[in-house]
Design a protein around this ligand. Structure first.
Ligand code: ADP
Ligand code: MG
Length: 237
């Protein structure tokens, strides 16, 4: 079990801080009044740190990721990118959301601001998608579609990756393989990452740090630093 290979060891990852998120509160206005979703939450994220957000369904995990991704600006609080501009953010949504009329390769090329076929080829290879690069999304299994969505997130050479339950509803073998390929991709090009999952074992297999979230309106119940000895050693069969 070699943890030294992981670029995101906590010490170095935390040394270079990317984000300080402070949420005072977040609610949605619904037909039945205000729905408080997020309570007071403070999250610091290092530049090459993987932080897992683990919490029950409906507690506000996707809402939290949307705020970090700049997709929802209607909240009380601050997103502090440590004085820098907002980083390039690659997002893996809960559903793969590939364009159905484009091939896998085209889905990756489309998100790049400057065409970088070398990076696209590398990602297709690393994520075991090379044989399917000219396939259309409808012909892919869910596992492959999710890996294509991961490849697309990394195709923009992101500084931060947001992953919203990327392995949910995959069979255990496919989920384990996909976790391994995600880590291989991440190791080749380490980024900061926020990983939403409801699976504590998955969080422990992938993350440097786990934040356990409460029921809605959510807050951080507990922070668990994943021991070096455990880090990414087994990706759960
Ligand atoms: P999670 O990802 O943890 O399952 P979400 O962040 O998707 O939870 O949702 C948290 C709560 O906010 C849920 O009760 C959901 O129904 C509600 N919600 C999410 N988006 C909206 C919206 N745009 N308008 C109203 N309610 C919403
Ligand atoms: Mg969600």
């Amino acid at each position: 079990m070699d943890c030294s290979a992981a670029a995101g060891t906590l010490g170095s990852a935390m040394a270079e801080m990317m984000l300080r998120l402070h949420i005072e509160s977040k609610s949605f206005r619904t037909g039945r009044g205000e729905l408080p979703v997020l309570g007071r939450i403070d999250i610091a994220l290092g530049a090459r740190e993987i932080v897992a957000l683990v919490g029950p369904s409906g507690c506000g995990k996707t809402t939290l990721l949307r705020i970090v991704g700049g997709l929802d600006i209607d909240f009380q609080g601050t997103l502090d990118w440590r004085g820098a501009a907002m980083p390039r953010i690659g997002t893996v949504f809960q559903e793969p959301r590939l364009l159905p009329w484009r091939t896998v390769r085209q889905n990756l090329m489309l998100v790049q601001r400057t065409e970088n076929p070398g990076l696209v080829n590398e990602l297709l290879h690393t994520l075991d998608l090379a044989p399917f690069s000219d396939a259309f999304p409808a012909t892919l299994s869910l596992g492959m579609a999710r890996r294509a969505a991961i490849a697309r997130a990394f195709a923009i050479a992101p500084e931060l990756v947001l992953l919203d339950e990327p392995f949910v509803s995959l069979d255990p073998a496919m989920a384990a393989r996909s976790r391994e390929l995600l880590l291989t991709t991440w190791r080749a090009r380490p980024t900061a990452a926020l990983l939403v999952t409801h699976d504590r074992a998955e969080a422990a297999a992938l993350a440097d740090r786990i934040l356990l979230l409460a029921e809605r309106p959510t807050r951080v119940l507990e922070e668990i630093i994943v021991p070096q000895a455990m880090c990414r050693s087994d990706l759960m069969p």
